[in-house]
Design a protein around this ligand. Structure first.
Ligand SMILES: C[S@@+](CC[C@H](N)C(=O)[O-])C[C@H]1O[C@@H](n2cnc3c(N)ncnc32)[C@H](O)[C@@H]1O
Length: 271
């Protein structure tokens, strides 16, 4: 009923109370409505879970986060089978969170697992050393810049089924037809560096970076120096100048010589 100029006062009253009741109904149903998921629930088979954790080289001192944790199987396996001290699951669906908590209870791992209800895009992930996921390519594409900008170099990212677009995996495997991808978050090293070589000579080192792919060149007093075999794995950088292997650890705007380096004491500062 739409009230007109001729509607009586009683009819107006009835219309107002009907509108109020309808608003209450809509408000109440919005409180109980299922959340809008970015990915439907499909569990990862146990053998795939195991291989994911193996590829991520999960260790007891790792802090693992499973994004979209479903029934909690990845988080629980990390603690139960790999001895992880601290593993966290995030899922938007409260039913999944309740199920994951019940499963953690049954497996006796509640002291080392946490399950949070919430949107994975609204969570701070920066304290994770391993991030696992079984989401979708579109969701991974939205996560890619978050991972590269907020997660520490060396953090391992393991994904069931879906890739990261232009960011090539560091490792790939299949288990019974299921694809598993592993990435290691690279340090940001692209640009020019003041290089102090093993012999104390100075040069300018130029690094071109595309995710973990690296191309290096160098210049000393206007002459090119051949730099070969440049690579980056987390915060570990490697390249060769002549017969000398340079191995270094990236510490923000500085690179310092690391174990395995032929060039002892070499270092570089960002220009
Ligand atoms: C394909 S299942 C993977 C479950 C579990 N990780 C596994 O591998 O068995 C994806 C999960 O993501 C959850 N999910 C979907 N969108 C989400 C979002 N925006 N934030 C957090 N969780 C979400 C779903 O509820 C579902 O449990």
């Amino acid at each position: 009923m739409i009230p007109s100029a001729h509607t009586s006062r009683a009819q107006h009253g009835r219309f107002a109370s009907m509108t109020f009741a309808l608003s209450l109904l809509i408000f109440a149903s919005s409180l109980t409505a299922a959340p809008r998921l970015d990915v439907p629930y499909v569990p990862t088979p146990p053998d795939v879970v195991h291989r994911m954790l193996e590829m991520a080289d999960v260790q007891p001192d790792d802090h693992l986060i499973d994004l979209g944790s479903g029934d909690g199987r990845i988080v629980i396996a990390a603690v139960r089978d790999f001895g992880v001290q601290d593993a966290r699951g995030i899922d938007l669906d409260p039913e999944r969170v309740a199920k994951a908590r019940a499963n953690a209870e049954r497996e006796g791992v509640t002291d080392r697992t946490t399950f949070e209800q919430g949107n994975l895009f609204e969570k701070d992930l920066s304290d994770a050393t391993v991030l696992s996921m079984y989401l979708l390519s579109t969701v991974n594409a939205r996560l890619r810049p978050v991972i590269l900008e907020t997660m520490a170099p060396g953090t391992r990212i393991v994904s069931h089924s879906f890739d990261m677009g232009p960011w090539e995996p560091d490792e790939f495997d299949t288990v019974n037809g299921a694809r598993i991808y592993l990435w290691i978050v690279p340090a940001q090293v692209g640009g020019r560096w003041q290089l102090t070589m093993a012999d104390g000579e100075q040069a300018t080192l130029m690094l071109q970076q595309n995710y973990q792919q690296l191309h290096a060149s160098a210049d000393r007093d206007g002459s090119d120096i051949a730099v070969t075999d440049a690579s980056l794995k987390g915060d570990e950088i490697r390249f060769a100048i002549g017969l000398d292997q340079y191995v270094g650890k990236v510490e923000d705007d500085r690179i310092v010589a690391a174990d395995g380096s032929d060039a002892e004491g070499w270092h570089a500062e960002r220009l």
